[in-house]
Design a protein around this ligand. Structure first.
Ligand code: UDP
Length: 335
């Protein structure tokens, strides 16, 4: 039987890549997205789009009632670390209450599986790098805190209602669909790789490097960039764990990265090498909420669920992002 998925935030960056993967596998997909950040043009034509907020219980009930769901994949969220430091209560309220409303709806409508897009930000400044799943949880921002609150809600939904769930802690999602159909288009854009590419292409002024006095070899922050297509493949691996696991293993938590860290200066150098262009740069202050080093230990999902990233090199990630941004100067507005 055709499997039916509810994807919240499915018109957004990672969500739209997930929808494309599900559709390619023959699944039926319903997207709930309020289109504040998402783009209708990022969705294939045969996908049902419900324009609504996930905190809108009536909209969730109308969308979910009377249908049999294979799983919910929950991407919809405010997701900017820096903005969350400026607007902590908004992040906590919108992300956490939206997540709770959605989990509650999943329980009421008998949805058996739930996959959460979580974050490396909940590790704060780690004691040990690479970071394993059982490292201490101490979010360095309200954004990370809000994701931790949803992880905890899922824990209790699993304990008390049997909701099978996966918490997938993304390190830095980057790159674009290798076929060039969909990519990253945020307004405003705040993520490093698209900003560096746009600076190289002359579409914006200098790229500001946030801090050069971190305790890292070149003084700039180190992150683990993971290709968006690999991240989505990891969701399918996690899903198969939830499908096959026995009663005792009805939840999984996985850290998703390549296990390799790259500094901001290395990202700039890679964009220059891949594009053959020069990136204009200025050096600025640290951005509040940014830990110095975040690199994943992703051995668990590889060992348990057979995840194998295909685009593990930073140059591959940058190449796909560059192809998308060159072809879509105005992002989805070009469509
Ligand atoms: N960064 C930067 N300049 C920018 C944007 C980001 O130096 O204009 C740095 C940021 O401080 C962080 C890294 O690039 O160390 C990745 O930031 P991004 O916002 O892409 O992802 P995050 O790690 O916050 O999820």
């Amino acid at each position: 039987m055709t499997q039916r998925f509810l994807v919240t935030g499915g018109a957004g960056y990672v969500g739209s890549h997930m929808v494309a993967l599900l559709v390619a596998r023959g699944a039926r997909v319903t997207v709930i997205d309020d289109l504040r950040q998402g783009h209708r043009a990022a969705l294939p034509p045969d996908v049902e789009l419900i324009v609504a907020d996930i905190a809108d219980q009536a909209a969730l009930d109308a969308a979910m009632g009377g249908r049999e769901w294979h799983a919910i994949i929950h991407f919809a969220a405010l997701s900017l670390v820096g903005e969350s430091m400026q607007q902590p209560m908004r992040y906590l309220r919108e992300n956490a209450s939206g997540g709770f409303t959605l989990i509650d709806a999943a329980i009421r409508h008998g949805v058996p599986r739930f996959i959460l897009s979580s974050t490396a930000n909940l590790f704060g400044e780690p004691d040990l790098v690479p970071i394993a799943e059982d490292a201490p949880l101490r979010p360095s921002s309200p954004y990370g805190e809000s994701k931790l609150m949803i992880e905890r809600a899922l824990h209790w939904a699993g304990q008390r209602h049997g909701l099978r769930h996966a918490c997938l802690r993304y390190f830095n999602a980057a790159g674009a669909d290798p076929d060039g159909r969909i990519g990253e288009d945020h307004d405003p854009e705040t993520h490093l790789i698209p900003l560096v590419i746009d600076a190289a292409l002359g579409r914006r002024g200098e790229l500001t490097v946030f801090g050069t006095d971190y305790p890292t070899p070149d003084g700039t922050c180190i992150r683990d960039y993971v290709h968006v297509t690999d991240l989505c493949a990891a969701h399918l691996c996690a899903l198969s764990q939830l499908e096959t696991a026995g009663k005792d293993a009805a939840s999984v938590i996985y850290n998703l990265g390549n296990g390799k860290g790259h500094s901001v200066r290395e990202v700039i150098a890679t964009v220059e090498a891949v594009s053959g262009l020069t990136v204009p740069v200025r050096y600025g202050d640290r951005r509040p909420g940014d830990p110095a080093v975040l690199v994943a230990a992703s051995g668990r999902i590889k060992a348990e669920a057979g995840w194998q990233p295909r685009y593990g090199e930073l140059s591959d990630i940058v190449r796909t992002a560059l192809t998308w941004r060159k072809a879509h100067q105005g992002g989805y507005r070009d469509r």
